[in-house]
Design a protein around this ligand. Structure first.
Ligand code: SF4
Length: 365
């Protein structure tokens, strides 16, 4: 049994507390200390008796914490955190602030087994799934650093989320495929969503998947249903097979069927992310095929310029090609947004996370 208290839902904490012969309501103090206040030291929970704190420690219970190895900031305001896990594995998270929100892109796996051709993370062999405690702690560390940043700036330079240290939005889009770590991801979402914890609204939490169709259908049956984003990358099976090996197992038809199921159960609009690679998937014909695919789906498309890395063999599409692709989608009535790259100067942009592993390829600056 994992005795990391940060990894437990509110109900699980209650079971632990009652199992130790203590009053159930004390679990609420424990949960609040760990998840609302970001408490990391069991001995510092002043709302619990010293005897109970000692009992927890004697029984092997602890509060895990990620070690921050590095924090890089980009002039565009984004920040990248490099974390070391207890077993020495490494992951990264990216904070993307703007005026009215602070979005954290969290990792769910150390390495990634999915092999998407346009993604530098795919160069890191899969190590292991993260625990829910390791996922939520990425949020707590980033939130604490927002507060710390605020204290070093004058009032005019700060934005609202920096003042209150709140991460307002979470995207499961960092290193790893979240739906391959299904249980821990769902558990972490429940923990982040609790009103007595960070109270992050479910509509502000997005799972981004490369297309694990059976897991999308499973997600549609959950009582807690976050927003869904699909990394599509190609409008045909032939091209998607080449760019995203997951497509050989779950082709586009099956994927869109699962998306329809999710949409029928949630009534939610689904976002399709489309990384634009020069002369590979960015022609007007590709855009027209994409329009056909999305017909009948409540969706919007985010176009993302590919972030090249040496050895990947691709370059990002030019602004003109991106605009032409966007115009074709918009002309056909598809809601489309061009996502300008944030964090590229610190290798924190989409598809650039490598967590400093020695297998890393040299990212182009
Ligand atoms: S895009 Fe996502 S799923 Fe694909 S290799 Fe990169 S991290 Fe893994």
């Amino acid at each position: 049994m994992n005795k990391d208290l940060k990894d437990m839902t509110s109900e699980e904490l209650e079971r632990v507390v009652v199992g130790l012969g203590q009053k159930k309501y004390l679990a609420g103090y424990l949960f609040k200390f760990i998840h609302a206040q970001g408490g990391r030291d069991l001995s510092a929970i002043s709302t619990l008796s010293k005897a109970f704190r000692s009992q927890l420690a004697e029984q092997g219970y602890f509060i895990s914490q990620l070690k921050v190895v590095d924090r890089l900031t980009d002039p565009d305001g984004s920040a990248k955190y490099l974390f070391e896990l207890a077993d020495g594995e490494r992951i990264e998270s990216v904070l993307l602030p703007d005026e009215d929100r602070a979005t954290l892109c969290v990792s769910t796996q150390a390495g990634c087994p999915m092999g998407c051709a346009f993604c530098a993370t795919a160069k890191i062999p899969f190590r292991r799934n993260l625990t829910a405690g390791e996922i939520v702690d990425q949020v707590y560390v980033a939130a604490a650093s927002l507060v710390a940043r605020h204290s070093s700036l004058d009032a005019q330079e700060t934005t609202r989320h920096e003042v209150d240290g709140r991460i307002t939005n979470i995207v499961y889009m960092g290193m790893g495929e979240p739906l391959l770590n299904y249980d821990a991801v769902l558990r972490s979402i429940r923990i982040l969503n609790y009103s007595s914890g960070r109270n992050i609204g479910i509509r502000h939490i997005t799972i981004s998947t490369c297309g694990i169709a059976p897991a999308i259908r499973q997600l549609a049956r959950e009582e807690i249903r976050p927003r869904l984003a699909i990394s599509l990358g190609a409008p045909s099976d032939a091209l998607r097979d080449r760019l995203m090996p997951v497509n050989r197992k779950h082709p586009i038809d099956e994927l869109l069927g699962a998306v329809r199921t999710y949409q029928a159960g949630t009534g939610q609009r689904v976002t399709f992310e489309y990384v634009l690679i020069d002369k590979v998937n960015d022609t007007v014909n590709h855009a027209k095929l994409l329009v056909k695919l999305l017909r009948g789906l409540m969706s919007n498309v985010n176009l993302i310029e590919h972030n090249p890395f040496s050895g990947c063999g691709f370059t990002g599409s030019s602004r003109e090609r991106i605009q032409r692709f966007a115009d074709t989608l918009k002309g056909a009535g598809v809601e489309t947004t061009i996502r300008f790259r944030m964090g590229r100067g610190i290798q924190a942009a989409c598809g650039q996370l490598q967590a400093g592993y020695k297998e890393r390829c040299d990212l182009e600056k």
